[in-house]
Structure formats: C-alpha cells, structure tokens
Design a binder for this molecule. Structure first.
Ligand SMILES: NC(=O)c1ccc[n+]([C@@H]2O[C@H](COP(=O)([O-])OP(=O)(O)OC[C@H]3O[C@@H](n4cnc5c(N)ncnc54)[C@H](O)[C@@H]3O)[C@@H](O)[C@H]2O)c1
Length: 461
C-alpha cells in the first residue's frame, strides 16, 4: 500500500495534471487535509442519499458544498430547510447558519472542493435497462471543474464495473491518470430513510478504491464520517455487494408476496404464519408481504444486476422471477378490492398512504400510483389521503397523475366511499375512525393487527 506522508509544502492545485511526478505527494497532501478536516467536500445530488451524507460529513467537521440540478431543493437547503420529511431540519439549519453547509446549482462550486461525492440517481431507462445518464452528467461536470489532486467517490448504486468503465474514463479524458492526478473510489450508500435506529454515521460503510492510494484516501475520508469503514478489495466487489444486499431484500419480499397468495388460498393469514416462523432464533429472517415494493432501490436494483449478468452471458432466473412477482403485487391488490366490491365500475375508493414506505413522503415507484391507475382503468373513482404527500408529484411512469391533490383528514372526508384501501400505513392516520366510517377496509399492511386495533370486517390483501 502507498504510504501517505504528509507534505505540508504542497497546496491544493499544486499537482500538474500533465507532468506530475509527485503523485504520492498529492495523496499525502489530501490525506493531511482530510485528517485536519481542512478539505472541502462536495456532495453532488442532495437527495435521499446525498443530503444525510452531507449532514454527516459536515457534522464530522468538513465544510460541505452541495450541488444539485433541482433549483427548488437547492433553495430549500440554502434557506436551512429540509426538502425531505424524514431529515430533521434542526441540524441542517445550524450547519447552514454556521456556513458549514452550502447548496448551489452552479457547478462552479465544485472548484472549491478537494473531494467530490456523487450521489445521483441510477434509474432504469425507457427500455427498462440501466440509465447512467445522471452519473455520466455529474461525473462529467466534476471532471471539468475539479482541481487535480482531488478524490472523487461514486456512491450511487450501480452494476459492477461502472466506476472503472464509465467513471474513470471521464476523469482520464482530462488527461489525468487515476491514482496520480486524481483519486477514485466507490462507496455504496446504505441509507434507510426514516430509520431512527441506524443513521448515516452509525452504518458500516464499504469503501473501495481504483488503486491503493485512492482506497486509502477514501478510507480516511469515510473513517472520519462514519463509525466503521469496511475496506473492500476492488471497486467491483463493493458495487456488487450493494446489489447483493438489495436483491436479497427484493427476492425475500417477492417470496413474502408469493407466500401471501399461496397461504390466502389455503385460508391462512401470511402475517400470522410469518410471525410464527420468525420465532425461530436462527436461519430465518422475516420479510413481510405488501402491495409491492417501491422507492429508488428495490424495484430497480435487481434489474441492474440481472442486466449485468446477461451482458456476461448468464441468466438470473430467480431475480427475473422476483422482479415479476413484485411487479404483479399491486394488480393482486386491485383484484382483491374489485372482488370484494363485486366490481369497480362507478365505485368510490379512498386510498391511504401514497409514499412507498411508512412515514416517508417518497412516491418514486410507489405501488399506490399503480393502484390508482389500475382501479380507475376499471371505472372506479379514487381519492387519496397521505399526511406527508399533499399532492402527487410528477413521476416519469405516471405523468397523468401529477398535480392531483390529496384529501385533508377530517370527519366529513370519510363519508361517501365504498371502500378504503390502505397501501402504506403512515402514523398520524386514525385507522379506527376509518374502519368505523367506511363500509369496507382493505389492508395491505396488516395495519390493524400491528397497531392492536379492532380488525373486524377488515380484509387483508
Ligand atoms: N433512496 C435510498 O434509500 C437509497 C439508499 C441507498 C442507495 N441509494 C442509491 O443512491 C443513489 C441516489 O438515490 P437517491 O434516493 O438519493 O436519489 P434522489 O432522487 O433522492 O436524489 C438524487 C439527487 O440528485 C440530483 N441530480 C440528478 N442529476 C444530477 C446532476 N447531474 N448534478 C447534480 N445533481 C443531480 C437530483 O436532482 C436529486 O436531488 C441511487 O443510485 C440510489 O440507488 C438510494
């Protein structure tokens, strides 16, 4: 491994991109600035991953510049307000007030940073394959503006090989050699939005580098921010590990959704079965059925991995099956409501919970949006209430729903519905009143049993 010797004489920007003969000095200089918390860290993408990471890095003592293309989000952060309902505004506010966290839409802000962390989305394109457009754009911008001698780390979830095959060439296009003029790492985020038990700084972080110097610098950086860093031998292992974590969840959620249908046909309640099975102290981990997974990760990551495997000539039929089972989950719920009402034509259905996850406002890939369209396609009128989502934001998959307002919670709002469908069981909803006022409640989350409420007349789905 490259020894990192602090060279105080070298200042930022002192490495000559074309002729540098002092790569070890460049690494040593940056290591020194990291150790002294003197380095400025740019976080590109102030979303569900980038914003908590920016806060954690700022709390560790680094000065942070956040770059995002979303003007609304940047204005919000710059004003000390949190654009995400689960990210506490208090810490954000004081970091902004102290000048330790800044937000901008101007890529020029990256020139101030020695370290750039890329936290942009990695969605699927229209053809259902990985779309690295945001990664390419963000790294391209960073490569143009960054100073030599800096460290760039990709955090976005992606297929194994992305950092070396897609990110590195964008940096090399500037005439830089990785590990000499610029340092490159991959460290997947393990953010679990809304999880109060594990915050960014508490979650062990996998860290890999394109070369030893890059890895050492990335380890030093994250070692200053999180409680535990886990060095990983190659970029590809770290990229694959993140996918392995998420496809594990996707496959097990699909299994729970399949068990739900199989057990229901046998007259058994899947939640009770899984709760019973979960008392086994080893070799079992409970996953719960639902209306289908949502968010940026679980519906997307298995597709990234299956796509990458196919590119290497290998099929992953278990992943393909789990993608199909999870994608079909909302349709089973719609059919359950339809069957319970004896048809959906001219029926009025109140949908509860638009966000894909309890107490989270994120509606990306939310099964709720699929369900609204599926039930309306069968002639139903669908209204929704979500204490966290007052209006449906634009999503590429459901553009027609954008701007539709939700219903405010009040006693009068509960009148006149044929059925209520609980898609996500946020707190702050009076589920007992819902059951008392709406003739039929269909519950995809085992809400009543979980909260110890009277579930008589409530249908599982
Ligand atoms: N959401 C999660 O719980 C989670 C957890 C772990 C990993 N991830 C991964 O992290 C990555 C980011 O996900 P997210 O949920 O934070 O997405 P997000 O949409 O919440 O945030 C991404 C941000 O990047 C911005 N952005 C897009 N292109 C940009 C560009 N070229 N320059 C500057 N900003 C740009 C967007 O405006 C947005 O604010 C994805 O790869 C995702 O798979 C997400």
């Amino acid at each position: 491994m490259t020894a990192l010797v602090l060279d105080q004489a070298m200042r930022p920007g002192a490495v000559d991109a074309k002729t540098s003969t002092r790569p070890a000095a460049a690494a040593a200089q940056l290591a020194g600035r990291i150790a002294a918390r003197d380095a400025t860290v740019a976080v590109v993408g102030l979303g569900h991953v980038g914003l908590p990471l920016a806060l954690a890095a700022a709390q560790a003592g680094f000065r942070i510049v956040g770059l995002d293309t979303d003007r609304g989000k940047v204005a919000c952060v710059a004003a000390g307000r949190s654009p995400l309902n689960h990210v506490e505004p208090k810490v954000l506010q004081s970091l902004v007030a102290e000048g330790r966290l800044m937000a901008a839409t101007d890529p020029g802000c990256l020139a101030e940073a020695e370290i750039v962390l890329i936290c942009v989305p990695t969605p699927l394109g229209r053809d259902g394959t990985p779309d690295l457009g945001h990664v390419r754009a963000a790294v391209g911008t960073a490569a143009r503006v960054m100073r030599p001698g800096g460290l760039l780390v990709l955090e976005s979830t992606t297929w194994p090989g992305t950092t070396r095959q897609v990110v590195a060439p964008l940096l090399e296009a500037r005439g830089w050699r990785i590990g000499e003029h610029v340092f490159l790492g991959y460290s997947p985020e393990r953010e679990d939005p809304g999880n109060a038990r594990f915050r960014t700084a508490d979650i062990p972080k996998l860290v890999a580098g394109a070369d030893d110097a890059s890895r050492q610098l990335a380890l030093a950086l994250y070692g200053a921010i999180v409680a535990r860093v886990v060095p990983v031998e190659t970029l590809e292992i770290a990229e694959a590990a993140k996918l392995a974590e998420n496809v594990f969840r996707a496959v097990n959620i699909a299994l729970a959704n399949e068990l739900k249908l199989g057990f229901a046909a046998m007259g058994l309640d899947a939640w009770q079965v899984i709760e019973a099975a979960a008392t086994k102290p080893f070799g079992y981990m409970p996953f719960w059925p639902g209306p289908g997974p949502g968010g940026h990760c679980i519906p997307v990551d298995p597709v990234y991995l299956a796509w990458a495997a196919r590119a290497h000539g290998v099929a992953m039929p278990l992943l393909d099956a789990s993608i199909a089972v999870n994608a079909a989950a909302p349709e089973h719920v719609a059919a359950r409501v339809e069957q319970a009402l004896g048809g959906l034509a001219a029926r009025r259905v109140l949908l509860l919970g638009l966000g894909y996850k309890r107490n989270i406002a994120d509606v990306r890939d939310s099964p709720a949006l699929v369900l609204i369209e599926a039930m309306e396609a069968r002639g139903a009128t669908v209204g929704f209430h979500d204490p966290l989502v007052p209006e449906i934001p634009h999503t590429p998959e459901h553009p027609a729903l954008a701007g539709r307002p939700g219903l405010a919670w009040e006693a009068a709002m509960l009148a006149g519905w044929d059925a209520a469908l609980i898609v996500t069981d946020h707190d702050g909803v009076d589920y007992a009143a819902l059951r008392a006022h709406v003739p039929l409640v269909v519950d995809t989350r085992n809400t009543y049993a979980r909260r110890g409420l009277d579930a008589s007349g409530v249908l599982g789905a």
